[in-house]
Design a binder for this molecule. Structure first.
Ligand code: AMP
Length: 194
């Protein structure tokens, strides 16, 4: 019954760590970015609406994002816990998640903030753009994504910190080392892997 959030700058390694934590805790990793990309690829109505924002490095509007997450968290596999990767990213999304959890009678266990150096994440994102051909990873769009993160998402850390939920973990280093740091910090809070 573990409910976790993973937040951090684009390129901090959230996706990679989310998969590993999902395995360790036996909970689904739910990435709004992945869900949007899947919809864009399949040219769904949601994908068509999201694409223009994603291509510019802007956030998809809260109305679309919140509806998607509310629906996803109502699926049976999320009943016994989940890890949200890349949500919430705005104040309205924090409120929406609070409301969803209140209705479910559930609470978050921890918010893992992966920290990273801006130069390093730009390098990583440019490398990934070449490997995967992601349209949202051109240098100009990367810069915009980082700006939007600083403006809209970085301030959310203090909201969760006031609730005593934030665990700061250095996202630099080998993938396994970072996972180990996160696992140790979670275990120190009494959250055990399966
Ligand atoms: P990500 O792979 O998590 O960096 O997400 C890729 C893109 O999807 C972002 O740059 C946004 O355009 C969109 N996106 C993902 N999650 C959210 C969210 N919680 N709120 C708004 N837009 C999002």
């Amino acid at each position: 019954m573990t409910r976790l959030l993973l937040i951090g700058m684009p390129g901090a390694g959230k996706g990679t760590q989310a998969e590993r934590l999902s395995q360790a805790f036996g909970i689904p990793a739910i990435s709004t970015g992945d869900i949007f990309r899947h919809n864009v690829k399949n040219e769904t109505e949601l994908g068509k609406q999201a694409k223009a924002f994603m291509d510019r490095g802007e956030y998809v509007p809260d109305s679309l994002t919140n509806a998607l997450v509310r629906d996803r968290l109502s699926h049976q596999d999320a009943a016994a816990g989940f890890l949200l990767d890349g949500y919430p990213r705005t104040g309205e999304q924090v409120e929406e998640l609070d409301d969803i959890l209140l209705q479910q009678g559930n609470k978050l266990d921890a918010v893992v903030q992966l920290t990273a150096d801006t130069d390093e994440v730009v390098r990583r994102l440019l490398g990934r753009a070449i490997e995967q051909g992601r349209a949202d990873d051109t240098e100009e769009v990367i810069r915009r994504r980082l700006e939007v993160y600083e403006e809209q998402t970085a301030p959310l850390t203090s909201v969760y910190a006031q609730r005593g939920l934030v665990i700061m973990v250095d996202g630099l280093g080998a993938v396994e080392e970072v996972t180990e740091r996160i696992m140790q910090a979670l275990e120190a809070r009494g959250l055990d892997r399966i």
